[in-house]
Design a protein around this ligand. Structure first.
Ligand SMILES: Cc1cc2nc3c(=O)[nH]c(=O)nc-3n(C[C@H](O)[C@H](O)[C@H](O)COP(=O)(O)OP(=O)(O)OC[C@H]3O[C@@H](n4cnc5c(N)ncnc54)[C@H](O)[C@@H]3O)c2cc1C
Length: 448
């Protein structure tokens, strides 16, 4: 296959053996990067893979007959440190393969994992009183989910020490926040605790130099295979982090294509453009403030409490809420002494990303771990209750009257961009209503 640029997000780095890109597999020795999480001597052991299961509670008792080849877990002693209450675990510890070849042994490991999965359900249903008479096995994952295999080597290798130091890199393009969740390579075969959660700051930054190969010039990578040590990867591998890494790699690829440069050229010549493009697309780069357009900054704003709308930070951060709280028909208005040409408006609403329930109805859960949308929210609010549902953008005409230029109806997006293409000396956002709360929260209102 021929292409000018490749981005390998295959998890297993399938392009590495085809391209000769430098990769790493397994755990580094402690002294290599000065990491105390790693073993004293380097090895090729990884975190394992899993075939997950999902149970469902019915209103009547239901039996379970395992296949003859299911693994037998005769008593709870056969599953030490592996809590198996289906309300409290997703069975992530059904894990094998860290001591095998996590790429080429997958088929055999899948068979072992399925035997273990059906065996664990048999244990819960038939071996000891687990109070699960009404539970049925609803779903089994037949393709093992992998945690770790080949990692590319980039111009930088993210380490445990980078993570602990918050990763405040000049070329930050993504962030993580999960602990360094270092699963034991033995998985189910290891009787001790299946993982150690080594603390990590939340957030920590991830630099762009971890997102491209150091020796194959047209190769980007994204996901769990970025350039990171085993210890750092035990945090950066989680889904939300992989997702923002993917956005960064994709945006970098677009910039590389537009300017006819290689991924490294984006770092050397277009890093500012990459970071600006990401922030404009509502990616969050911790410790960075998005540059607000000069037109917006030069405007007179109608109410002082709406200043967060143009402060370049679109989420609660560093003790600041960074939101304008709008009542029904709340208005935020920019005016200028002279006519301005406005090409577009950019809005950022509060989609309650961190599930804190800010500005939610009183019934809304406040503690993330208790998060279950209450019945009233499920029924009435397909979007978070404090999110703007209906709003309009109005422009001031030559006669001073306000004219509707754009309308939002049943909005459920956090980032909204609308074309204006008009000359005016005033623009305003009128928030008509939120999805369920009395007030709506808006992080950004910007024109350019
Ligand atoms: C059991 C388990 C539980 C987990 N629990 C959590 C959790 O609770 N929260 C969390 O955030 N993270 C969790 N993780 C970690 C997280 O899910 C993974 O690290 C993450 O999904 C990795 O994403 P990825 O896209 O980099 O790789 P992968 O998820 O491995 O995706 C790679 C994709 O590339 C495809 N692919 C491979 N080769 C080719 C090819 N030749 N052509 C086309 N496509 C190809 C694969 O089919 C696959 O879809 C868990 C992981 C596992 C295994």
């Amino acid at each position: 296959m021929r292409a000018r640029l490749f981005c390998d997000s295959s998890g297993d780095s399938i392009l590495a053996p085809l391209s000769g890109a430098d990769v790493r597999i397994g755990r580094e020795a402690q002294e290599e990067y000065g990491e105390d999480i790693e073993p004293p001597v380097a090895d090729s052991r990884t975190m394992g893979m899993s075939c997950l299961i999902q149970g469902r509670e019915l209103e009547f008792p239901v039996g379970y007959t395992p296949p003859s080849w299911a693994t037998v877990f005769a008593s709870d002693e056969d599953l030490p440190h592996r809590g198996h209450d289906p309300l409290k675990t997703n069975f992530w510890w059904l894990e094998l393969g860290g001591e095998d070849d996590s790429i080429h042994d997958t088929e055999r490991l899948r068979d072992e994992l399925l035997a273990a999965a059906f065996g664990v359900w048999d244990h819960m249903k038939n071996r000891g009183d687990h109070g699960l008479e009404n539970w049925t096995l609803d779903w089994v994952g037949f393709v093992p989910g992998k945690r770790e295999s080949r990692r590319y080597l980039g111009d930088h290798v993210l380490t445990q020490n980078d993570v602990r130091a918050e990763g405040r890199f000049d070329d930050i393009v993504a962030f993580g926040g999960w602990s360094m969740d270092d699963h034991h390579p033995g998985g189910l075969r290891y009787p001790g605790r299946p993982t150690i959660f080594h603390p990590a700051p939340s957030p920590f930054g991830i630099p762009y130099r971890c997102l491209y190969s150091r020796n194959v010039p047209n190769l980007l990578c994204a996901g769990r295979n970025i350039s990171a040590s085993h210890a750092a990867m035990s945090s950066s591998r989680v889904m939300g982090t992989c997702a923002v890494i993917g956005q960064a790699a994709g945006t970098a690829a677009a910039i590389a294509a537009a300017h006819g440069v290689e991924p490294r050229g984006v770092y050397e010549q277009h890093l500012g453009a990459l970071q600006s493009a990401l922030m404009d697309d509502d990616a969050w780069l911790p410790w960075r403030v998005r540059e607000v357009s000069a037109t917006t900054r030069a405007a007179t704003l109608s109410t002082a409490d709406a200043e967060p709308l143009r402060n370049g930070v679109d989420r609660p951060w560093d003790g600041q809420d960074n939101a304008w709280v709008a009542d029904a028909d709340g208005v935020a208005e920019y005016t200028w002494a002279d006519q301005q040409w406005l090409e577009r408006v950019r809005l950022v609403f509060d989609s309650d990303l961190d599930r804190t329930g800010r500005n939610m109805p009183a019934c809304y859960p406040r503690v993330p771990s208790d998060y279950r949308p209450p019945a009233c929210c499920q029924r009435y609010h397909p979007a978070p209750a404090g999110m703007v549902r209906d709003a309009r953008i109005e422009l001031r005409g030559a006669d001073g009257a306000w004219q509707v230029a754009a309308e939002l109806r049943d909005n459920h997006q956090r980032l909204v961009r609308l074309p204006l293409a008009a000359a005016t000396n005033g623009v305003r956002l009128v928030v008509e209503r939120a999805w369920g709360a009395e007030t709506a929260r808006v992080f950004g209102f910007e024109v350019e």
